[in-house]
Design a protein around this ligand. Structure first.
Ligand SMILES: CC(C)(COP(=O)(O)OP(=O)(O)OC[C@H]1O[C@@H](n2cnc3c(N)ncnc32)[C@H](O)[C@@H]1OP(=O)(O)O)[C@@H](O)C(=O)NCCC(=O)NCCS
Length: 206
């Protein structure tokens, strides 16, 4: 990682912090399958969270948000041990492949270890390089389902408006059935949404 990049906690007191975080997230997602997942406010969590950023020249260039639980099942999906979920992970395109995301994850895992967290989960779509990133950081794919985006007449297959003169133009739906291929053929924009999981009990290199 370049020496000018510093990993630190997200600072709720800093004036420009939220805007810098939002810009980093939206620009980092633009070339990914999450390109239209835009937030205008940073999420705050009901449970404890590790919220770290990578900063360079007073600008947030990378970020990770992980919410973790005090009671099994509060945050993680189908977990039998204390778990945590990565809700946001992003690095600006021009700062990628320097180890910034790896360092954010490493620092976050140190905090999770201190809090006795055993399972770390992440939900991600089907960008090959992102899937490879998780796999190379010791995450295993546990399960998946489909994110289906329908437009115009595609929506008629999913929902019909009951209000006269009101038409459904876009729809976002989850498909958890068995016939993924049929759904992928039927709709133009379909993403596989994958649950990745890393066991934190074994202390592996990151
Ligand atoms: C996924 C993502 C966060 C990775 O960020 P990154 O900072 O480029 O990741 P890293 O630099 O840690 O790792 C990327 C590669 O760089 C290489 N790398 C790591 N450290 C390096 C270093 N010091 N110098 C050069 N290359 C390095 C590694 O080989 C790594 O490849 P690997 O996947 O085989 O391990 C980034 O691509 C991104 O923002 N994607 C879009 C947003 C997204 O999809 N987020 C996840 C959805 S939840």
């Amino acid at each position: 990682m370049n020496n000018f990049v510093k990993i630190r906690k997200y600072n709720y007191e800093r004036k420009e912090e939220e805007l810098s975080w939002l810009r980093c997230r939206v620009l980092s997602f633009l070339d990914s399958a999450y390109f239209d997942d835009v937030k205008r406010k940073k999420e705050v969590y009901n449970n404890p969270a590790v919220e770290l950023v990578a900063e360079c020249d007073d600008k947030i260039v990378g970020l990770i948000d992980i919410e973790f639980e005090k009671n099994i099942g509060d945050v993680a999906y189908k977990s039998t041990e204390l778990g945590a979920v990565i809700w946001h992970l992003a690095v600006l395109p021009e700062y990628r492949n320097q180890g910034i995301a790896s360092n954010l994850l490493k620092s976050a895992i140190e905090v999770l270890h201190k809090n006795n967290i055993k399972i770390l989960q992440a939900w991600t779509r089907d960008d090959k390089w992102v899937l490879q990133w998780y796999q190379s950081h010791n995450f295993n794919r546990k399960e998946s389902y489909l994110h289906v985006f329908a437009e115009d007449e595609e929506c008629d297959e999913i929902s019909k408006s009951k209000i006269p003169k009101l038409y459904v133009c876009t729809t976002f739906a989850h498909y958890v059935g068995e016939d993924d291929e049929k759904i992928k053929k039927q709709f133009k924009r379909v993403h596989q949404c994958n649950l990745f999981e890393r066991n934190l009990s074994q202390k592996k290199e990151i």
